[in-house]
Design a protein around this ligand. Structure first.
Ligand code: KE4
Length: 436
């Protein structure tokens, strides 16, 4: 691996003009240390940094690149669209085409509104739940991330009522107080909150298969029980599939677990790498959204023609080529081999997988919630991460992120990844602190 000299000087310059040198915190490598490689190019399963290093990429922009970097169907669609103009501030046929495509792929969505980020999608979804029910409170789950809107930058406060407290300066106490947080996979805790405040709960928002504490899978029956509870109290169920949409399965995690949500949030994959997200659901609920209804939500670049073109190209290719099933099989092969490699190195890991997503937790026990995730051995993770990077494998720089596969990841890539992991797990074993 070449020294990151150019990346280092770019990072120093970036910190002069951009907070922390990055436009999204996780990219700073703060939780693993070191200088983040500055990327010059992506192609297929590979990233190339400005210092001439090549990496097999398991970040894939944190999920969007289901087909890999610069897939021709996407780049050609964007180039064609760009030649006709980049934005109009007026309706286009491409928006209708992508809306129909998304609603066809996610049966719980009768209608959909395009926005520009997952944050916008979830922020709008909770506003819609409040507008539809006339109630104020929202329930979220500790360890689930839904973007950075104020109402969702909240964690559980102390005390029985689990009143929220701000997760960040700048979020007001008042905002936080109407967001209630409970542990994921803990049905009694959710039942208690509903027993206390059910009549005030507008909606429950959840990642059905959380990917923002690392990948955590719901216990048997848990998601259906959450759905029943929300129905019992007249609250809406908002399923945030910004990450899991078209990653866990073609119909999202809701299709895998048989959940029929009131509102679904999507993002990442539906933009093919360009800024697109969406929220949608039952016609009766979505008809409350302006200008059809009174709940206001808007966006200058919502439904942007280039982003629509990329999303249509990516989702059409996905649908026509059975991409999700192919990736699930490739993921099973990779993660089984990673587990075997860790066992041989004598380092305890958990490697949950779902569709084209997986996480390597440095933990002796199964990770079922945020408490388990934060008990993982971060020294071991850091050693693993840096050893993989030095061997040309680019992983998300945090134990609490999910890894992604793309259609471009070849058998050769898988073999190289497993071979690198054998060394990296040995490094992790040496660095491991206490068992966890
Ligand atoms: P954006 O606002 O970043 O487009 O989406 C927010 C969001 C909403 N819901 C879920 C389930 C998400 O995973 C995300 C964003 N995911 C992170 C990855 N942990 C994006 C990476 C980043 O913050 O740079």
């Amino acid at each position: 691996m070449n020294e990151l000299n150019r990346s280092t000087s770019l990072f120093d310059e970036a910190k002069r003009f951009i907070p922390g040198g990055v436009n999204s915190p996780v990219r700073s490598f703060r939780s693993v240390g070191g200088v983040p490689p500055f990327i010059a190019k992506g192609a297929g399963s590979k990233l190339y940094d400005v210092d001439g290093n090549e990496y097999i990429d398991y970040v894939l922009s944190y999920g969007p690149l289901l087909l890999g970097h610069a897939h021709p169907v996407v780049t050609e669609a964007v180039q064609t669209a760009a030649a006709n103009g980049t934005s109009f501030g007026a309706p286009t046929g491409a928006e209708v085409a992508l809306a129909k495509l998304v609603c066809g792929l996610v049966p719980s969505m009768d209608m959909v509104r395009m926005v520009n980020s997952g944050t916008e999608a979830t922020m709008s979804a909770i506003r819609l739940a409040r507008a539809y029910t006339g109630r104020d409170c929202i329930v979220k789950f500790i360890g689930c991330y839904h973007g950075h809107s104020d109402a969702l930058l909240v964690h559980a406060g102390s005390g029985a009522t689990t009143f929220g407290v701000p997760d960040s300066p700048g979020v007001t106490k008042g905002t936080a107080e109407t967001t209630l947080s409970v542990p994921f996979n803990d049905l009694p805790a959710l039942e208690k909150v509903f027993a206390e405040k059910g009549s005030a709960i507008a909606g429950v928002i959840m990642e059905p298969t959380p990917g923002n504490m690392g990948l955590v899978l719901p216990k048997d029956g848990y998601l259906k029980a959450v759905r029943e509870l929300t129905k019992k109290y007249g609250s809406l169920l908002i399923i945030d599939e910004v990450m899991s949409g078209f990653r866990s399965a073609q119909g999202g995690s809701q299709s895998l677990y048989g959940i029929d949500p009131d509102i679904t949030c999507l993002g990442k994959v539906i933009g093919g790498g360009l800024p697109v997200a969406a929220y949608g659901g039952k016609q009766e609920i979505m008809s409350r959204v302006s200008p059809a209804g009174p709940m206001y939500q808007a966006g200058t670049l919502s439904g942007n023609p280039l982003a629509m073109a990329a999303g249509i190209a990516a989702l059409t290719y996905m649908k026509d080529n059975n991409v999700c099933e192919t990736l699930a099989k490739r993921n099973a092969e990779l993660t089984d081999a990673l587990k075997e490699a860790a066992g041989a190195a004598g380092i305890p890991v958990q490697v949950p997988r779902l569709g084209s997503m997986f996480t390597v937790f440095f933990s002796e026990k199964e990770v079922t919630d945020y408490e388990d995730a934060t008990a993982c051995d971060l020294n071991a993770f850091r050693a693993y991460f840096h050893s993989m990077l030095e061997q040309g494998i680019y992983l998300p720089p945090s134990q609490f992120e999910t890894n992604f596969l793309s259609l471009a990841h070849s058998e050769e890539d898988i073999e190289k990844t497993v071979s690198a992991a054998k060394n990296a797990f040995k490094k992790a074993a040496l660095a491991a602190s206490s068992g966890c």
